[in-house]
Design a protein around this ligand. Structure first.
Ligand SMILES: Cc1ncc(COP(=O)(O)O)c(C=O)c1O
Length: 486
């Protein structure tokens, strides 16, 4: 079939300036992260730093890291970044690694590496990995992509993985164990030293997911904070993922995966000697690797250096401590687990306060606060930028709690109703199926907008423009209603 009508591709080119203006206009509906109102997704300092990263990125936006022998500039930057990372993670000169496009790629690579290593060294055909319940979702993705079965370690009452249970899960199919520093949902640092001992005794690799902590925990420790050991000083740790595009304050598209030595890293590599395009080798998931990401990452590390990152870590911790103290003083709320890094989550300990309704109140006041489930809570990924707004955040949080307590019905409205329902609905398989359907639908050419915000009005009608969560709720409510009428 020949398509003769072109609706979306411009028939002829447009003026550059006009396009740039339009790109700026697209941002109108985006979260306003520059004022510190957003508590996830973005690690922003100020315009001067943004401009600096932009310039660094732009200098290498055409260069391709696919072939390390072609653009020696990029390989040099990558080597510098890996050396600096190994340095702050207390690795020896044997430590080696690759700059990747982000935390997810780094995590995926670790799973591929250990699966292939176990297959090669021990003939493991049905690989399994042991991960705590709080492991980032990237590990679940890796499990699906690389066909490595997950054995999930439950948590104790303090949200720490139960190591007795972990030990029992080890068998001859175990290809790796995972710990996080810290885990994303609550900011708790897993007991890496104890996990390292188990891993070493059983000769199983231990990966530490420090995508969040890699570029802040070392500097918190240098500032004198008492952080448990989690890096290459722990003998059982064989690899670490650490993102530069998070607390390294680089441009998006920069993480690292490092290994204790080349014996591990070599299993990450892909080589195809017989391709008609030539002998091909690749160090990670991507083919073309964006030079801009390397340049901005390299530039950020050079720009801040240890002193700069220590200052950012101190400012971040000051903001974190203010929030922790405020929550400890709000009788209706409590911190979840024992967060020791830059992020935390809190829940309601008063049955008359619905935490998602508190989240709604915060949203109404202009904050963008992420929601946790199992157990329900609100999440804050704190950056140095938040120090400027943390007092306002705390004042609004106190007000939000008081409002929700005085109006318990808020729990049955808006986002609180939606998220509460979605978090607690049984039949997770059905939910997964429905989310898959709805999510895919958003990716059709000309597909619906990605509006994930929950509003009452949205919930009234089931159309494409509605947020995913709202549409899911509408589907669930309709389904329950139909069942009730059968
Ligand atoms: C602990 C942890 N691991 C991995 C990731 C994935 O990182 P990315 O979003 O850069 O792919 C995240 C993201 O927040 C994370 O918190």
């Amino acid at each position: 079939m020949t398509n003769t009508t072109h609706k979306s591709m411009p028939s002829s080119g447009r003026e550059g300036q006009e396009i740039l203006t339009q790109l700026d206009a697209f941002k109108a509906e985006d979260p306003e992260y520059k004022n510190g109102k957003v508590w996830s997704l973005v690690y922003y300092i100020d315009e001067a730093h943004q401009e600096f990263l932009k310039d660094a990125y732009f200098k290498y936006s055409s260069e391709n890291g696919l072939n390390p022998t072609a653009f020696k500039s990029l390989k040099k930057m990558e080597s510098d970044v890996i050396s600096a990372t190994a340095d702050i993670l207390n690795g020896t000169e044997e430590v080696c690694g690759v700059v990747t496009s982000g935390g997810t790629e780094s995590c995926l690579m670790a799973v591929k590496t250990y699966r292939d290593m176990a297959r090669d060294k021990h003939g493991v055909k049905n690989p399994e990995m042991i991960i705590p319940e709080t492991a980032h979702v990237a590990w679940y993705k890796a499990s699906e992509y690389f066909n490595v079965k997950i054995r999930q370690v439950p948590l104790d009452d303090n949200l720490v993985p139960d190591l007795k249970k972990l030990k029992k899960m080890i068998n001859r199919n175990t290809v790796m164990i995972l710990g996080s520093a810290p885990e994303y949902p609550h900011g708790t640092i897993d007991p890496i030293e104890a996990m390292g001992e188990i891993a070493q005794a059983k000769h199983i690799p231990l990966h530490v997911d420090a995508c969040v902590g890699g570029f802040i925990l070392p500097f918190m420790e240098m500032n004198g904070e008492n952080i448990p050991k989690w890096d290459y000083r722990v003998p059982g740790v064989t690899s670490i993922s650490a993102d530069i595009h998070k607390y390294g304050y680089a441009a998006k598209g920069a993480s690292t995966i490092t290994y204790r030595n080349l014996d591990y890293l070599r299993y990450q590599m892909f080589v195809q000697p017989n391709w008609s395009g030539g002998v091909f080798a690749s160090s990670a998931l991507l083919g073309t690797r964006p030079g801009g990401g390397y340049a901005a990452a390299w530039a950020a590390l050079q720009y801040f250096g240890i002193e700069g990152y220590k200052k950012l870590a101190a400012e971040t911790l000051e903001a974190v401590n203010k929030i922790k103290q405020a929550i400890n003083e709000i009788p209706e709320l409590e911190i979840m687990g024992n967060p020791q890094g830059p992020l935390l989550a809190y829940q309601a300990c008063d049955p008359n306060v619905n935490i998602f309704a508190v989240g709604d109140q915060m949203d109404e006041k202009g904050w963008k606060v992420n929601k946790n489930q199992k157990p329900d809570g609100l999440h804050a990924m704190v950056t140095a930028q938040h120090l400027k707004v943390v007092d306002d955040y705390i004042a609004d949080l106190k007000e939000a709690v008081a409002t929700v307590k005085a109006n318990p019905d808020l729990a049955n409205q808006g986002g609180a109703a939606t998220y509460g329902m979605i978090a607690h609905v049984p039949l997770r398989g059905m939910i997964k199926k429905k989310v898959l359907e709805m999510y895919s639908d958003m990716y059709r050419a000309g597909g619906g907008e990605m509006n994930l915000s929950a509003t009452e009005t949205d919930m009234q009608e089931d159309n494409k423009e509605k947020g995913l969560v709202d549409r899911l709720l509408t589907w669930y409510v309709n389904r329950q209603t139909k069942k009730a009428h059968k």
